[in-house]
Design a protein around this ligand. Structure first.
Ligand SMILES: [Zn+2]
Length: 192
């Protein structure tokens, strides 16, 4: 009797240890993932978030801008955010992937669309993490900021001063984002 109760006690302790320690091995892994996916995602009143968690540096504003070299003005349909190649790009709102691929002067591009808005992400990495038709939600990782140079794009007319093909009309890694509301470009900074 003594023997049985002792071994029962042993099994109980072993069982108890398993119950306590198994979750310790798994819980941090799952919670880390959810932290990575949702960390620092703040949605604006209109349901938008910032696209590049690693950078808030605007290098070119929306609207007409002076091009000092030529003296002419040029319309900029979005904003440029200076961010290093390989940094995360998030969906700025709940939407559906409408296009992925090389898009002329925009270089590698992701286009998202919902009922009211079309979002263009230009100069992204060729390794796009979503595909046409995917549903994405605000804050979801969809791609990475692209490098300045990309190779293997047929008939790519964009080249740097060394003659190497570039990721659209770009002089260095950055994200260009355009937001169109009902087909008309709006200042992204009023939304994101
Ligand atoms: Zn731009």
């Amino acid at each position: 009797m003594f023997f049985f109760s002792k071994s029962n006690k042993l099994y109980f302790i072993l069982f108890f240890i398993l119950i306590i320690f198994i979750p310790c091995f798994f819980v941090p892994i799952y919670s880390n993932n959810s932290i990575t996916d949702n960390f620092n995602i703040e949605l604006s009143d209109s349901g938008f978030c910032w696209p590049t968690p690693s950078s808030h540096r605007i290098t070119s504003q929306f609207g007409y801008r002076n091009i000092v070299v030529s003296g002419a003005t040029s319309y900029h349909a979005g904003v440029d955010i200076g961010a290093s190649s390989g940094s995360d790009i998030l969906a700025v709102c709940d939407s559906k992937v409408y296009y992925t691929g090389f898009y002329g002067s925009g270089g590698y591009t992701i286009i998202l669309k919902n009922d009211n808005y079309t979002i263009y992400y230009h100069h992204v990495s060729p390794n796009i993490l979503v595909k046409k038709g995917d549903k994405v939600s605000a804050g979801q990782l969809i791609g990475k900021v692209g490098p300045k140079n990309v190779y293997g794009v047929p008939n790519n007319p964009y080249k740097d001063s060394n003659g190497n093909p570039t990721n659209g009309a770009t002089t260095g890694p950055h994200l260009h984002i355009t937001i169109k509301k009902d087909g008309k470009a709006v200042n992204p900074l009023n939304y994101i």
